[in-house]
Design a binder for this molecule. Structure first.
Ligand code: HEM
Length: 561
């Protein structure tokens, strides 16, 4: 949900007119001979009002009090006018159903702030509101109103049509993080349609089918490195965070295939880049706490987050410079994401170096966190449903046998695994939703939404509503079987329409390769006592990281090299 801008209050004291102490009238000029016995200083041009150590002259005091009084009066007037404006906005939107406001000015924010402070999961609040007040739900924050739309008709209207841009007031908050430029105008956050279209057209070839097939080798190679690391832990006793392992492998993959970098996050957990990304994601989450930058207890965190953003941009710059140098020296550029970013920049009339860095960071962050979360949630769901795990393993055994590498053709044969992955995205979508700006008044599900409203579309919420999915909290991959009816605009983990995820196919290939190898090689067990709750940290992730124990699978012992 959009966060309001911070308002800095100015505290002013009421003061009597004409002097420093109430009831004492101070003459404008002291009588001759008073104090030093000297008369009033003759007015000299250019004489400062006060000299160091000199008490303010009564006239100056009078002026200061008058200015203070005026400021106070103006502030009060501004506040009253602002309250009238808020009242007017309420009147404009109050026909839209919504939970009672907790406060006239803050609206629903105190509820959300409380949840963030208590580390509660705010999407569940939106789910409750959607069930109770939907399909169009009002959310107030100062004079800004957002609406949560949970009707398939609304999702279709807002996501499929290019006429509803991403909302700059919300995506603008990702432009920088605690004052450091972060995602800037990169492909995820850019709201201007023309600017987005140009960038997207240039990036599309890097995600074409033929290019993606060429990535199978890297997916296999990096997934194999993960298996080796897991093998070291597979004694049935060692407990480890699956999220941490998955994050490292996806980071190594995106580093290699997108930017030609060997990050070695899997073999070295002290490499600075993974830690910087974790810090930045934590910063994204914490940035929602109002005034956090001004809380002394949080200065250390804010400083670390800013340093991490700077580190990411510095690494991006070094990598880009190296690639440019290689191209200048006649080396043939690989057709990867970085080459496409540089090509796009070369087509611009004025080279925007900062925008190149924006896209580097965008692909780096968007391209690994999400897939890692999806895989970790899938391990969690499989660990909780042994019968589904068994069926998925049986399919992998049938398709791969003891073969080491997963071929592109195998991916299409792993149909049950696809269903499991889709169901995992329904209950645990790493990106819970997206936001659009409604620029002209519209009627959705019979409810009039005024122009210039932020519209929030949420796949987490819709994916958990009985109205759209029977028995929604049950993990059931059969919902996505070939014969089951397709969900109609109520399931969009990669968003839909023109601004949908460019990396969708990339991610699902990568995830299938890693998951297929994991299922082929290991039996896994979830360590009891963890909460399996979700947390928002830029993306939706498992709160406790999904702590697992592994054992090698008997049937996979003869895995071919
Ligand atoms: C499970 C994995 C993934 C999920 C669930 C996911 C989800 C999404 C969603 C929901 C959006 C729309 C965001 C919005 O409207 O604000 C999006 C956009 C995007 N994603 Fe992904 N994503 C995944 C993997 C990837 C990967 C692997 C890459 C890159 C290699 C990537 C790159 C992008 C980019 C660049 C956009 C912006 C597209 C545009 O606006 O043109 N994503 N993703």
């Amino acid at each position: 949900m959009p966060q309001p801008r911070e308002h800095l209050g100015v505290s002013l004291r009421a003061v009597p007119r004409g002097g420093g102490r109430a009831g004492v009238s101070v003459p404008l000029e002291p009588p001759p001979g008073s104090l030093s016995g000297a008369g009033p200083a003759p007015a000299r041009p250019g004489r400062p009002l006060l000299r160091a150590g000199e008490a303010p002259a009564p006239a100056a005091m009078e002026l200061l009090w008058a200015a203070g009084g005026l400021l106070l009066a103006l502030s009060l007037l501004a506040f009253v006018l602002y309250c009238c404006y808020v009242r007017y906005i309420h009147a404009k939107y109050d026909h839209i159903p919504g939970a009672p406001r907790e406060s006239f000015l803050f609206g629903h924010l105190p509820i959300i702030w409380r949840m963030v402070r208590n580390q509660e999961f705010t999407p569940d609040l939106f789910l409750q509101w959607a069930e109770k007040y939907g399909p169009v739900v009002r959310v107030n924050a100062f004079h800004r109103i957002s609406v949560l739309v949970v009707s398939p008709e609304g999702v279709k209207e807002f996501l499929m049509s290019p006429q509803h841009p991403k909302d700059p007031t919300v995506y603008g908050t990702l432009f920088s993080l605690f004052g450091e430029r972060f995602l800037g105008n990169g492909l995820v956050t850019v709201c201007n349609h023309e600017h987005w279209r140009k960038q997207r057209r240039i990036m599309d070839p890097a995600f074409s089918r033929s290019y993606l097939i060429g990535l199978m080798e890297t997916f296999n190679e990096k997934a194999e490195e993960l298996m080796e690391k897991l093998q070291e832990k597979a004694d049935g006793k060692t407990e480890f965070s699956m999220l941490s392992m998955m994050s490292r492998v996806t980071m190594d993959i995106i580093g290699k295939v997108a930017f030609g970098l060997e990050l070695n996050a899997l073999s070295d957990d002290q490499t600075p880049l993974p830690n910087a990304v974790t810090k930045v994601m934590e910063g994204l989450n914490k940035a929602r706490v109002p005034f956090i930058r001004f809380m002394p207890g949080k200065w250390k965190l804010v400083k670390e987050v800013r340093e991490s953003v700077r580190l990411l941009r510095r690494v991006a710059k070094e990598c880009i410079d190296r690639r440019r140098e290689a191209i200048q020296n006649g080396k043939e550029a690989t057709m990867d994401i970085l080459t496409q970013i540089l090509k796009g920049a070369a087509l611009e009339e004025t080279r925007d170096e900062e925008n190149i860095l924006d896209n580097f960071i965008t692909f780096f962050v968007a391209g690994h966190e999400t897939s890692a979360n999806q895989m970790t949630f899938t391990v969690m769901a499989l660990g909780q449903h042994p019968e589904i795990l068994e069926r998925a393993q049986a399919e992998v055994d049938e398709v791969l046998g003891a073969k080491r590498d997963v071929d592109y053709e195998d991916l299409g044969k792993l149909t049950y695994l696809s269903q499991v992955l889709k169901e995992s995205l329904r209950l645990y979508p790493p990106v819970s939703g997206t936001l659009r700006r409604l620029e002209k008044e519209d009627v959705i599900s019979g409810i009039k939404i005024p122009a210039n409203t932020t519209v929030f579309l949420n796949t987490y919420v819709m994916g958990r509503m009985e109205k759209f999915f029977k028995d929604p909290l049950t993990f059931d991959p059969e919902r996505f079987s070939k014969d089951a009816p397709k969900p109609y605009y109520c399931y969009f983990p990669f968003s839909l329409g023109p601004r949908s995820c460019i990396g969708q196919v990339f991610a699902q290939m990568e995830v299938k390769v890693v998951m297929a190898k994991l299922l082929q090689r290991f039996e896994f067990q979830l360590v009891p006592g963890q909460s399996f709750k979700l947390r928002e940290a830029g993306t939706l992730r498992p709160l406790d990281g999904v702590i697992c124990k592994l054992k090698p699978r008997n049937s996979a012992r003869g895995c071919q090299a």
